[in-house]
Design a protein around this ligand. Structure first.
Ligand code: AMP
Length: 572
């Protein structure tokens, strides 16, 4: 493993030319304040594992694992990974795994092997995985063979053929050309914790890669560092009072940043139990609530809250174990908060956060003005927030809306290998410009924040983000299309869906949602990013600075939907 070394740390090295580090005085301050531990993330996890060995660490509908069992498997995975593949500590591994126990084992196993998990999703297509792997320099891929329609092994073959991916591990199925998960565990059976390289990981180095932007153009990858990522988990667990006996149910893809930072890691660092729901389907979430009696659901997207409210078993299931039902990822409508209170007896809390770091949470005992209308306050006393005039460095007047800009002990200082993005996305003094619009409030003596829209060009579809420029660039590859814009259209359940406005080349036939979707899938776009409505127009409206006016397009589609709703009502 011969690599350029920027600076060394006893027993390890930080050697990342594409990493924007925290300034040394800031690191020192975070350590002196006891926020950062000076230890690697897997070292912290292993300490928790030995402290809680006999307790239940993980529950899925397929079984349960004590800390000893879970970490034992993770150690075997780590040793097997280094034994049976060409991966080395410092390499990276793409993940295409759903919410199954093997995902937790292999995530922990990678950390113990010093291999960095890249938190991609099984929904990502070949092109997306290829682009991200190339950007990061990831050579490994682990996939779940029985996920969805079982197409991931075939996708992996294409990635190997293209030369991007070298080593593939297959869980829950056999593919002769690739290493099987069980085989890997067997080859690591003699592993001892002492022999694993996590002891030598530099706590200031990259532990995990989280995703932010799209996959056309320069990717936005959030490098999460050992100490800050562990702190993120600890401060969340501490704020919510987790410990032995706390059951934390997580219903969304576990590899999302929220899954790792607000469920998996804080649960395992605090001796709590993670109950992993196989999907965010309301029925399976209710089943798991009944079976595991969770105290916390740390992230309920508004769409799931609505599905639970509307599910026939929503009102008959015993929800009394849940004291922290935390809605986030998207704006929560007031009527949904009230329905949760009135129909299910739930005093909702809200959270706001992002792969880049900072989380805000409404305090448990705050009144409804705070819990229903704001996302609360930041988790850490060292978190800093500025509300800036968009694109500028000056703060708005008190109470005005501006861009939420954040800095702190678990917020990244820059995207990985992305100087061009970093020049725009961070202020000179290291505040991350979130692209979200926010306001500061003082309610009942509490300084808290509301999210009041966004300036970034993203569609938030039931908390999955769709970056408009990525989809537009692929649409523009279609020979019949001369111009395109993707905008959010409101949706009662998912919050937003994508609507594509298309300008056709002369004489071309209009495309449909289906024909456009088939084309985009053939270009390697993940299905969840496909436009769900197509509007063919003669030209795209321009703003007074000559850019496509997405505001006009959003207003247009909103007006059309309202008119269609009204017509639907008249028809009834
Ligand atoms: P991600 O990095 O995928 O977690 O997405 C982060 C983005 O999701 C934020 O920058 C916001 O645009 C959006 N978001 C997260 N939580 C909320 C919330 N409670 N209300 C509104 N938007 C949110």
């Amino acid at each position: 493993m011969a690599k350029a070394t920027a600076h060394t740390f006893p027993g390890g090295e930080v050697d990342e030319p594409g990493l924007v580090p925290y300034p040394p005085d800031v690191e020192a301050r975070y350590r002196a304040a006891g926020l950062w531990s000076g230890r690697s993330l897997p070292a912290e996890l292993m300490s928790a594992a030995s402290a809680h060995a006999e307790r239940t660490a993980l529950i899925t509908p397929e079984g349960s694992w004590t800390y000893q069992e879970l970490f034992g498997e993770a150690q075997r995975f780590a040793a097997g990974l280094l034994e049976s593949t060409s991966l080395w500590p410092g390499d990276s591994m793409m993940f295409q795994m759903g919410n199954v126990a093997e995902t937790v084992v292999s995530y922990l196993g990678c950390l113990l092997a010093g291999v960095r998990p890249v938190c991609t999703l099984p929904q990502h297509g070949v092109r997306e995985i290829g682009v991200l792997a190339e950007h990061i320099g990831a050579r490994g891929l682990i996939l779940q063979a029985d996920f969805g329609r079982g197409q991931l092994p075939e996708n992996a073959r294409a990635l190997v053929a293209s030369g991007v991916i070298k080593d593939v591990v297959v869980a829950r199925g056999r593919t002769s050309a690739f290493v099987g998960y069980e085989e890997l565990l067997a080859s690591g059976a003699a592993a001892t914790p002492e022999a694993l390289p996590y002891h030598r990981r530099d706590p200031r180095g990259i532990a995990v890669f989280q995703l932010s932007g799209g996959t056309t153009g320069l990717p936005k990858i959030a490098p999460r560092l050992h100490e800050e990522y562990a702190y993120n988990a600890r401060v969340w667990a501490r704020t919510l009072g987790w410990g032995n006996g706390t059951v934390v149910l997580y219903p969304l893809p576990i590899m999302h940043n929220a899954g790792i930072a607000l469920a998996l890691q804080p649960a395992l660092l605090s001796g709590a139990t993670l109950a992993l729901a196989p999907s965010a389907d309301a029925g399976s979430v209710l089943d798991l609530i009944e079976a595991t009696r969770p105290r916390v659901i740390p992230l309920v997207p508004p769409a799931l809250a609505i599905r639970l409210l509307d599910h026939p078993r929503g009102r008959t299931t015993d929800l009394s174990s849940i004291s922290d039902f935390i809605v986030g990822g998207q704006k929560l409508a007031e009527d949904v908060a009230e329905r949760l209170r009135d129909e299910l007896g739930i005093a909702v809390r809200q959270k706001f956060g992002m792969a880049e770091g900072m989380f805000l949470l409404t305090p448990a005992h705050a009144g409804e003005r705070v819990r229903h209308h704001t996302v609360g306050e930041p988790l850490s006393p060292a978190d800093e927030i500025r509300i800036l005039r968009p694109g500028q460095d000056t703060e708005v007047h008190p109470g005005e809306i501006g861009e939420l800009c954040v800095r702190g002990p678990y917020t990244i200082r820059g995207y990985y290998r992305a100087e061009r993005h970093n020049a725009q996305a961070f202020t000179a003094d290291g505040f991350y410009r979130t692209g979200d619009l926010a306001r500061r409030h003082l309610i009942d003596g509490l300084t808290c924040y509301s999210i009041d829209g966004r300036i970034k060009d993203v569609i938030n579809r039931g908390v999955e983000k769709i970056h408009a420029d990525e989809v537009e660039e692929l649409i523009m590859r279609h020979p019949a299309i001369s111009n395109a814009a993707l905008v959010a259209m409101p949706d009662k359940v998912l919050g937003e869906r994508g609507c594509a406005y298309l300008v056709l080349e002369p004489g071309e036939q209009p495309l449909t949602v289906r024909s456009l979707g088939e084309f985009l899938l053939s270009q390697g776009l993940a299905k969840y990013k496909l436009p769900e409505r197509v509007e063919v127009v003669a030209g795209l409206p321009l703003s007074n600075v000559g850019k496509v006016s997405k505001k006009s397009l959003r207003e247009d589609i909103e007006a059309k939907l309202l008119a269609e709703d009204a017509a639907g009502l008249l028809d009834e």
